[in-house]
Design a protein around this ligand. Structure first.
Ligand SMILES: [Zn+2]
Length: 81
């Protein structure tokens, strides 16, 4: 009987351990999604995607840290074409 009790206890502990690890993984993934960085091609810095200004030009999408950067980059693009 004692052996059976220990076995059950071990199984419970094992499942708790596995579930705990899964939770940690999900938290990590969420953090990565929130802090996803995008490249500002005008001033060359990385910015948070959530706070970045998104501009579609042709079939490409660009991200900028400010409106000023977006306008400058668009001007450069138009000059080069
Ligand atoms: Zn910028």
């Amino acid at each position: 009987m004692k052996f059976l009790l220990i076995l059950v206890l071990l199984i419970i502990l094992y499942f708790r351990f596995v579930k705990g690890q899964k939770r940690v993984c999900q938290k990590k993934e969420r953090k990565e999604l929130i802090t996803e960085l995008v490249f500002d091609e005008n001033c060359g810095t990385y910015i948070n995607k959530n706070s970045a200004i998104r501009i579609k030009f042709g079939d490409k999408e660009y991200y900028f840290c400010s409106k000023k950067c977006a306008e400058e980059f668009l001007k450069k693009l138009q000059d080069s074409q």
